[in-house]
Design a protein around this ligand. Structure first.
Ligand code: AMP
Length: 220
């Protein structure tokens, strides 16, 4: 069993790396941001509540987020392990996760990897970030454009920016990350399960570094 947490400020490439990790180890990928976005798209009550926080660059309240993740983790798909992308994002969420895992049969987190990218690089990256409005595939205007401008390579859907990818919101999300999310690193560092890698411009370089870091943690 491999229970992994991926940390890193917004725009460091967590989604791409979480998808890699999910494939390498055959474990389920849970992205809280993706769950919120699909609820917004479907017009659910959860989506409506979350949208106001997300558009402002703030965290969705813990009462909503923690319950949502617990119910996801209880699905059979995550029995053999999971890669969490975007959760936990503050100390109460980290504590709630530990409590949930303990109650679910003495489980624990085995590895926490953070991706580091300098802030100014993050801002440039996020401003060029695009997403397929139909299937969610990710693109970048400079580093990874779709073959036909504005159209998804995978499904032909319209490729758009995320509503929360404006410069003011990005800066707010960065400050929320440093104030609320970074302090949880200490918890995992003390347990000896934390490691940090660098997020490179070339995705394959980041993927290689990620794979090596995980192999070391899992003694492969
Ligand atoms: P992400 O796709 O991970 O960048 O998440 C997009 C937005 O969803 C964040 O800026 C938050 O507003 C919200 N969000 C995602 N995960 C969480 C979380 N664990 N706790 C609170 N809000 C979250």
């Amino acid at each position: 069993m491999k229970n992994i947490i991926l940390l890193g400020a917004p725009g460091t490439g967590k989604g791409t790396q979480a998808a890699n990790i999910s494939k390498w180890y055959g474990i389920g990928h849970i992205s809280t941001g993706d769950i919120f976005r699909s609820n917004i798209k479907a017009g659910t009550e959860l989506g409506l509540t979350a949208k106001a926080y997300i558009d402002a660059g703030h965290l969705v309240p813990d009462e909503i987020t923690i319950g949502m993740v617990k119910s996801k983790l209880s699905e059979p798909a995550y029995k053999e392990g999971f890669i969490l992308d975007g959760f936990p994002r503050n100390i109460p969420q980290a504590e709630a996760l530990d409590g949930y895992l303990l109650e679910a049969g003495g489980k624990r987190i085995h590895a926490v990897v953070s991706i580091f990218v300098p802030d100014e690089t993050i801002v440039l990256r996020i401003l060029g970030r695009r997403l397929c409005s139909n299937c969610g595939a990710s693109y970048h205007t400079v580093y990874n454009p779709p073959a036909k401008e504005g159209l998804c390579d995978a499904c032909g859907g319209k490729v758009v920016s995320r509503d929360d990818d404006s410069e003011a919101t990005i800066r707010e999300r960065l400050s929320v990350y440093y104030a609320q999310t970074e302090p949880i690193i200490e918890r995992y560092r003390k347990l000896g399960i934390f490691t940090q890698i660098t997020g490179h411009e070339i995705i394959d370089e980041t993927s290689d570094e990620m794979h090596e870091a995980l192999k070391k943690i899992f003694c492969e």
